[in-house]
Design a protein around this ligand. Structure first.
Ligand code: BF8
Ligand code: SF4
Length: 640
């Protein structure tokens, strides 16, 4: 397997880190080798203190309590998906509570930017959708919060089948399928707490049952987390539309005060952007030209989509950014924040600022952030960066040059708007017609993280390019979006360079109708919670074609996944009926049963299944085969 040059790892920065005694993720990865095979295959259990136990086929087939490999693997998988889902449900809840506080006048730091969207949701929930927008917001927020009060059997009868956001966001066909499987979730918090209980020593010992609970967790993630978080954020900050900006560490500027905003929930970062503009003069008094805010990880995606703020890097660039020596403050909220950041920051003048009560890093400055004191906290954060700026050490500065142009902002609404230029009455028709004719062979969503295990493969970039060449449209989110943008895949020019001939023509036609030479072939649909947007888009296409989502010639891929969140998201796609390529190989291979269910049997249950491919070429092959099979089943087969 050919290793590709690590173009996204600025070699000079890596050398500089070594010189400055800043230990990087790559160094720690090396130190951890070799990694434990019991963990890699999922057969290690630490769920009680008779253990830890591990399974060795033919030798040690059971843990001390009598549990076998199938149960250990299934239990671990459910716990992983649950942990991932809690990240998104907590995130969504923060956004709902923020909407309630805005509605009740408890904060004037935020407003409601997408009133029409809010009113539509109110209507869908059967609430009053006209009149004062704050009254509508209050009704919607309180109804969503009711979900957290609901207990199975108690309110269910009079109040509906399942999570509010599932009811209004999922297709009717999917809800029926999930109902038959008995996996409709009622209350995100009680589902996640129940899953932890279920997986303790001496509880559920049926691997199939545990796998069904894992699917349920995919729905908790999808509707109690992803979709809900995205929709609340669109209501408060506006739905994204096409925007142009820049990507990679070259967006840092030597003559500006540089502040990196890193994490996931835009409640903090949006305020930092706002106050940076208001406090520009303070920076000028220090001799800087202004304040340069750039985004990291999913915060980067959120700010790029809605504000056109440059996005500096994916999860594995968060340390390298500080190694430049020109970052005056890195401010973080939650998730995917390497605890090593303070060690790195202490090699430079950079101020690391944490803001969330349960995300603290020893040595970092903590400025508590909440919706009520958002303005004060944002002002303090900027002040700390301004204080740090004069401490920059000239001999420790290295300015990366690499940056690319990126077109972003492809919410479902933005995609529909672009398509409506071709057909106002039926915007999905041009897309579906081109899928049917084979001009677009299929659509693949590539999502998720960047994993040091795959350094040198450029999996995201290479997989995307192979799919494009095969006339497959690629959409995606998360750290994939950073990787794809840095590779120059999110521009109209990329269509000319990378798209197969048929896809190229389609993208040119859509682009020209929208004032571009072509639509980019890799569409930036947002942060990781915005994977809900992909689900919504697929639901709309499926409904338009009058088929279940599971019949569409589409697939998902998380080719470098790192986090438990990514497992939860992958499970959400599996419940939608989508084949999902996962790499590294998930830690389930210690159980032949779980491996078979995920890679084969699941297809007859939800329509989804896990695809395996450990190189970009192998991944592309299984994905393309899957898409061709789906086309055949739909009767729209293309002869090569
Ligand atoms: O939620 S892709 S490393 S940044 S988990 Fe994290 Fe993975 Fe990046 Fe955003 Ni998503
Ligand atoms: Fe071992 Fe069973 Fe305890 Fe797990 S739950 S550590 S397998 S005894």
């Amino acid at each position: 397997m050919a290793l590709v040059e690590d173009s996204w790892v600025d070699k000079k920065l890596v050398e500089k880190a070594k010189k400055d005694n800043a230990k990087l993720v790559f160094d720690r990865f090396e130190e951890q080798q070799p990694q434990c095979n019991f963990g890699l295959t999922g057969v290690c259990c630490k769920n009680c203190f008779q253990g830890p136990c591990r399974i060795i086929p033919g030798k040690q087939e059971q843990g001390i309590c009598g549990v076998n490999a199938d149960v250990i693997v299934a239990r671990n998988l459910l716990r992983t998906a649950t942990a991932g889902a809690t990240c998104h449900t907590d995130h969504a809840k923060e956004a709902v509570l923020a909407l309630l506080k805005i509605a009740e006048g408890k904060t004037d730091a935020y407003e409601i930017k997408d009133e029409a969207k809010l009113r539509n949701f109110a209507k869908a929930l059967g609430k009053k959708s006209t009149g004062s927008i704050k009254a509508v917001a209050k009704e919607v927020a309180l109804e969503v919060l009711e979900d957290y009060r609901r207990q199975q059997g108690l309110f269910q009868k009079e109040e509906g089948c399942c999570l509010n956001w599932l009811k209004i966001r999922a297709t009717k066909e999917r809800i029926e399928t999930w109902k038959k499987l008995g996996i409709l979730p009622v209350n995100s918090d009680s589902e996640t707490s129940h899953a932890l209980h279920q997986t303790t020593m001496g509880n559920d010992a049926d691997p199939v049952d545990l796998l069904l609970s894992t699917l349920k967790m995919g729905l908790v993630d999808g509707y109690g987390g992803l979709n809900l978080a995205t929709d609340m954020q669109d209501i408060i900050f506006g739905t994204p539309y096409l925007t142009k900006s820049e990507a990679n560490l070259g967006v840092l500027k030597e003559d500006y005060v540089n502040i990196i905003v890193h994490g996931h929930v835009p409640l903090l970062s949006e305020k930092v952007v706002e106050w940076a503009k208001k406090l520009t003069n303070k920076a000028k008094k220090l001799g800087a030209k202004g304040i340069n805010i750039v985004g990291m990880c999913c915060t980067g995606n959120e700010l790029l989509m809605r504000q056109g703020i440059p996005f500096a890097g994916h999860v594995m660039q968060q340390e390298l950014a500080i190694v430049t020596g020109i970052v005056d403050a890195t401010v973080v909220d939650l998730q995917c924040i390497y605890p090593s950041l303070q060690d790195i920051a202490s090699c430079y003048h950079t101020k690391l600022i944490t803001t969330i009560d349960f995300v603290k890093i020893p040595g970092a400055l903590h400025i508590k952030f909440d919706v009520e004191n958002a303005d004060n906290a944002a002002k303090q954060i900027i002040d700390e960066a301004l204080k740090a700026y004069p401490n920059r050490k000239k001999d420790k500065v290295y300015l990366p040059k690499e940056k690319t142009i990126v077109y972003a902002g492809f919410s479902v609404e933005a995609i529909i708007e672009a398509l409506s230029k071709l057909n106002k009455e039926e915007p999905l028709k041009p897309l579906v017609d081109n899928i049917k004719s084979g001009n677009i062979l299929g659509v693949v969503g590539i999502v998720g993280c960047r994993n040091p295990k795959l350094r040198g493969l450029k999996f995201h970039e290479e997989l995307t390019k192979i799919l494009l060449k095969n006339n497959i449209l690629v959409v995606g989110t998360g750290c994939w979006a950073h990787a794809a943008a840095q590779e120059g895949l999110m521009t109209p020019e990329a269509t000319e360079k990378y798209a197969g001939p048929k896809l190229k023509e389609v993208l040119k036609v859509i682009g020209k109708a929208n004032g571009l030479s072509a639509l980019p072939p890799a569409l930036h649909m947002g942060s990781c919670v915005d994977n809900g947007r992909i689900g919504t888009l697929l639901g709309a296409v499926a409904d338009y074609m009058k088929v279940p989502i599971s019949k569409l010639p589409v697939a998902g891929s998380a080719p470098e996944y790192v986090t438990e969140k990514a497992v939860a998201i992958g499970t959400y796609f599996l419940t939608l009926g989508i084949a999902v390529h996962l790499n590294p190989i998930p830690p389930v291979t210690g159980s032949p049963l779980v491996t078979k269910v995920l890679t084969q049997d699941l297809e007859s249950i939800t329509g989804g299944k896990v695809l395996i491919g450990t190189t970009p070429e192998a991944a592309a092959k299984v994905i393309i085969e899957h898409i061709k099979t789906k086309r055949k089943e739909l009767g729209i087969e293309i002869k090569d």
